[in-house]
Design a protein around this ligand. Structure first.
Ligand code: ZN
Length: 210
């Protein structure tokens, strides 16, 4: 197994590359920027990209998806409820003062309960609205790992003050969906260091009030 998570772009979005070296296949989650570097890693490992999975349509997570698709031919997966945000890319770029990346409609929806990932490393899609309406987490149950996007961070949660954000909803999503997973589950957040569900359940200040 090849598992690499590295920050890309000015907002340091965690991009994750998961590969099955025996099968020669990989997925990439949240190629927000630095696509040449992501593409080079795939080539260095000799991996063919099967899926580009986007946890939500904020520019720092989705900005490089179309470029990566053009380089590899892999389809882009995104939850339909984030299409309005995808269409606001120029507005999002203006928030950051960066150039507007070219985007395209996703090739496939990323909907609650569907299975994505690789044959050896499958993931179930968990719809966790709140940071955005189309935010999803990817649960790799056999690996005891969840890629959480900007829903849950080590010691914090995703902001809810941008369009589509809803504080009550993100708290509900975390309690009812993420904290329902096994305590030992490793969490790879969309920004910052990794954590575990046990640690967040115990010490995350946003999750202590009920
Ligand atoms: Zn975000």
């Amino acid at each position: 197994m090849i598992l690499e998570t590295f920050p890309v772009g000015p907002l340091a979005c965690n991009c994750t590359l998961l590969g099955d070296d025996a099968a020669g296949e990989a997925i990439v989650v949240d190629p927000g920027d630095e696509v040449d570097r992501i593409h080079r890693r795939l080539n260095e490992h000799g991996l063919r990209l099967k899926q580009i999975l986007i946890t939500h349509a904020h520019i720092d997570h989705v900005g490089g998806a179309l470029k990566l698709k053009r380089l590899t031919g892999a389809p882009i997966f995104l939850n339909q409820e984030d299409l309005p945000l995808l269409e606001m890319m120029a507005v999002q770029a203006a928030w950051l003062g960066v150039d507007t990346p070219e985007t395209a409609k996703p090739d496939e929806p990323l909907t609650e309960g569907m299975t994505v990932g690789l044959a050896r490393y499958p993931a179930q899609v968990i719809h966790t609205p709140g940071h955005t309406q189309g935010s999803v987490c990817l649960h790799f149950a056999p690996m005891k790992m969840v890629i959480a996007g900007d829903t849950l961070f080590a010691g914090s949660i995703g902001r809810t003050d941008l369009p589509g954000g809803n504080y009550g909803q993100i708290i509900e999503s975390i309690h009812s969906r993420l904290l329902a997973l096994p305590d030992e589950t490793r969490v790879l957040p969309g920004h910052g260091p990794e954590t575990t569900l046990a640690r967040e359940r115990q010490s995350n200040p946003f999750l202590q009030s009920r």
